[in-house]
Design a protein around this ligand. Structure first.
Ligand code: AMP
Ligand code: MG
Ligand code: MG
Length: 306
């Protein structure tokens, strides 16, 4: 059954499952208490959880899809991993989705998988675990099309168990979340908690928000847009990378929202593209006026991120 499903569905279905496994690794590392932090750059930490979760995801996906490009935040991974980190089962709901013909015909060479094994590392290291997500984005040629966001510390109300996964395929289907619109007659903007600077702040000032939510993670901020907690995510900085935005962009678009740079252009996600999102990030919740935010961001800030 699984082999007969189109490639794009098999990649998304496997990514849903492996994201959950990576989430368990992230919780286990925290419980073990040995984060073994390495600084990759200024204000850019990496923990044992980032490394292990990436190895789990890359080993699992590359075993099933050896000819699909996979780009992970933590660089090339040593794929010798404990056997219980390799998961090859697939989410059945995703496999049951019906794709339009152009997506059904997608081949290995058309795909690039962008992996942020742990988004929100600064917050994770400070114990703010609810800001953490696992992000797996699936690009078809240049476009972010499939996205998976897993929240390892989401507490399920039914049984108190930890972990929730949502997924989306742009223009096709979504799963794992009931969309909630943000409150009308108010403007709530979410932005970085740990990577602010003068430019980031000037862009926020220009938006005259009623409330600003400073939280960690690109994945977490897009979750706030989908859960009705914020209207827009604004980050006038070059600090995010393609693996931060591929999955959030695809999911947000699948739910009816928008994610672009601060000029209103989409980033490209083919395997050959550069990694830094040098023109910033602007994302708006479904039903919000993306163009209004674009217009409000001053030209001077746009020029700084040209
Ligand atoms: P934040 O909103 O600050 O949590 O950032 C979202 C994502 O972009 C996280 O994965 C951050 O690590 C990354 N990021 C943002 N700004 C920077 C920066 N100046 N240096 C390194 N990573 C950054
Ligand atoms: Mg990240
Ligand atoms: Mg990360």
């Amino acid at each position: 059954m699984a082999q007969s499903a189109p490639l794009l569905l098999r990649v998304v279905a496997s990514s849903v499952t492996v994201a959950g496994r990576a989430g368990k690794i992230i919780r286990d590392v925290m419980t073990g208490g040995e984060l073994n932090i390495v600084n990759k750059g200024k204000n850019d930490p990496q923990t044992e959880a980032d490394r292990s979760a990436q190895r789990c995801i890359v080993a699992s996906l590359s075993r099933q899809f050896p000819n699909v490009a996979i780009i992970g935040e933590e660089g090339p991974s040593n794929c010798e991993v404990p056997s219980d980190w390799v998961v090859t089962d697939s989410d059945q709901q995703v496999l049951g989705v019906r794709l339009p013909q152009d997506l059904e015909e997608v081949e290995d060479k058309d795909l690039c998988i962008w992996v942020d094994p742990l988004d929100g590392t600064s917050e994770y290291a400070q114990g703010l675990v609810e800001h953490v997500t696992v992000l797996i984005g699936v690009a078809v040629r240049e476009k972010a099309v499939g996205g998976i966001i897993h929240q390892p510390y989401y507490k399920n109300p039914e049984d108190g168990s930890l972990g929730r996964t949502l997924w989306g395929i742009d223009g096709v289907a979504t799963g794992g979340l009931q969309l909630i619109p943000p409150p009308e007659g108010k403007r709530i903007v979410t932005t970085t908690r740990s990577h602010s600077d003068v430019t980031v702040q000037s862009a926020l000032d220009a938006l005259e928000a009623d409330e600003i939510l400073k939280v960690g993670g690109a994945g977490h901020k897009v979750m706030l847009l989908l859960e009705g907690k914020a209207h827009a995510y604004v980050f006038a900085s070059a600090g995010c990378k393609r693996w931060d935005t591929c999955a959030p962009e695809a999911i947000l678009r699948a739910f009816g929202g928008t994610l672009t740079d601060i000029h209103g252009e989409c980033y490209s996600y083919n395997a050959e593209t550069s990694h830094p999102n040098t023109r910033g990030v602007l994302a708006t919740a479904p039903g919000q006026q993306h163009a209004w935010y674009l217009k409000k961001i001053p030209d001077e800030i746009k020029q700084r991120l040209a």
